[in-house]
Design a binder for this molecule. Structure first.
Ligand code: NAD
Length: 291
């Protein structure tokens, strides 16, 4: 059993905290919105996810899941601190808004009074783990405290978040401190999922590369669907026929809602921005981003 603090109780944070509690850990979820925390304490969830309400109820009842607005209370005695706050890309010309992650890192630095591992689940540009580390160091009140930063990007989908968390295709962990990454891996062992344990930048990049690939795949198959329509071919059958090839995979989905395509495109917008600043031209990614 480990003691875990999760910062942010949205889709990712609430699902992560609740599922880790269900795996037998002691979890405290922290959020800056008092009404959200008050609601959760009364069993009112801010989101709907199949199965989540029952899981929250069971684990609160068992004394393994707690909610608070206080970093001090959340960080008390914890071994692992997950950052799962929002990183919107809607404004600031496609850049990920790091304001919430930075504020979470400041909060951790100000209240951390013992050694711990900080794990970033928010979707952040490559190099953000270093930023989080620097902010925590700059705000640490106790210089004797040591900590490591691990990147653990999240791949769950809204609507099947609990299922996706408990049966992930893979768990990705990256850190410059491999011992810390291995300790985080032990939390996931009960899920029996494939694990990729790597360095910090690679883990951060895996998230963007995965989203960029999915956006490209969806844009591609929708383009094929347009040709099919004109030629009288059945686009769904074409996708199914392609998908049996293991090099292509089964997930080529025709007719994915525009909303879904935009969601992926928005999420990879920061990658397009920082790749241009390196500079490194990503032609394929740019094309799917523009669609
Ligand atoms: N929703 C998804 O399907 C999904 C999937 C994979 C990855 N992600 C990524 O995970 C991260 C979280 O996404 P989400 O959908 O859970 O966001 P969300 O908006 O649902 O929840 C974020 C929560 O963090 C809280 N918060 C913000 N700043 C805080 C702070 N300083 N301290 C404590 N709490 C704070 C907010 O009040 C909010 O409750 C984002 O980076 C997102 O891109 C989301």
């Amino acid at each position: 059993m480990s003691v875990i603090c999760v910062i942010g109780t949205g889709y990712v944070g609430l699902v992560t905290g609740t599922c880790f509690a269900d795996l037998g850990n002691q979890v405290t979820c922290v959020d800056i919105i008092p009404e959200k925390i008050e609601g959760l304490k009364q069993g009112i969830l801010p989101i709907y996810e199949p199965g989540l309400e029952e899981l929250v109820e069971r684990n609160v009842h068992a004394g393994r899941l707690h909610f608070t607005t206080s970093y001090k209370e959340g960080l008390d005695n914890c071994d692992f601190i997950f950052i799962a706050v929002n990183t919107p890309t809607g404004s600031s010309q496609g850049r990920a808004d790091m304001h919430y992650v930075e504020s979470a890192a400041r909060g951790i630095g100000q209240e951390l009074d013992h050694n711990a591992i900080i794990i970033n689940k928010s979707t952040v540009p490559v190099g953000s783990g270093d930023v989080v580390k620097r902010i925590i160091l700059n705000n640490l009140e106790r210089p004797d405290v040591s900590f490591a930063v691990v990147s653990n990007p999240e791949f769950l989908r809204e609507g099947s978040a609990v299922q996706d968390f408990l049966s992930p295709d893979r768990v990705v962990l990256g850190s410059s401190d491999s011992e810390a990454a291995n300790k985080v891996a032990t939390l996931y062992l009960p899920l029996r999922a494939p694990m990729v344990i790597t360095d910090l930048y690679t883990a951060e990049m895996i998230k963007y590369a995965s989203n960029a690939f999915l956006a490209t795949k969806i844009s591609f198959i929708n383009e094929i669907a347009q040709i099919c329509e004109r030629l009288g071919a059945d686009a769904k059958e074409v996708a199914a026929g392609m998908g049996y090839d293991k090099r292509i995979g089964r997930a080529a989905t025709v007719g994915v809602a525009l909303k879904e395509i935009r969601r992926f495109s928005r999420s990879i917008a920061p990658m397009w921005r920082w790749s241009a600043s390196i500079p490194c031209l990503l032609r394929v990614v740019h094309l799917s981003w523009e669609m």
